[in-house]
Ligand binder design. Sequence first.
Ligand SMILES: [Zn+2]
Ligand SMILES: [Zn+2]
Length: 217
Amino acid sequence: MKKKALFLALALAGSTTAHAQTAAQPETAQKESDSTETTSHKAVSEIDKLTIIESLQTIKKDPSQVKFHSAMCYDMAMPPEYTTFSCPTCGTETQYSYQSYQGEVANRVAYLIRSIGQIKAKTEVDFSDFCNKCSKDNDGQPKLKFTTHCLDCSQTFTWTANTIEELEQLSLLFVSFPVTEVDQGHLGQQKIEPEKLSEYLSNRLLCPACREKHGLK
Ligand SMILES: [Zn+2]
Ligand SMILES: [Zn+2]
């Protein structure tokens, strides 16, 4: 009953024509999906429970079956072969090998769009090289391009992230200032040598002239 009331409220919020057309159908559709959801929910949690218990038993019996490693050895047991780049501009989807540079870019689209506002100098990211449709240059070497408005003088300048390592370093730009700590990521792996941090940040927050002016070259 509650569901019906909610549905009516939603329908009323929409246009009246839409209401007339959809009023009959979703009620049944909702019911169907409700029942499948309940069954699958139950099945999944039953399997989960079993898996967890069995795993706990296995580990108890033989802890050496568990691979204890630092996060740097992170690797999926079965990484998918391909990943899909969904162009944020035109929506075209392009497939890339999961572990390639392009694949790493594809996997970061949402993350980058979400976090780019945290960079202290206004920055825009250009994914066009990775989209079959939007790509302009055909030199075969796609680049993740950034345009930054200099923190000091607002002049724009561009820079790129051309390797997987450089993609990983991007999170360094999301630090807060004054910088008191830096997340180097996985244990045993460095995103950047500490003595290069200042240069890295300067080159992405300030235009060349302002770097020079502030002795940051
Ligand atoms: Zn596109
Ligand atoms: Zn400047």
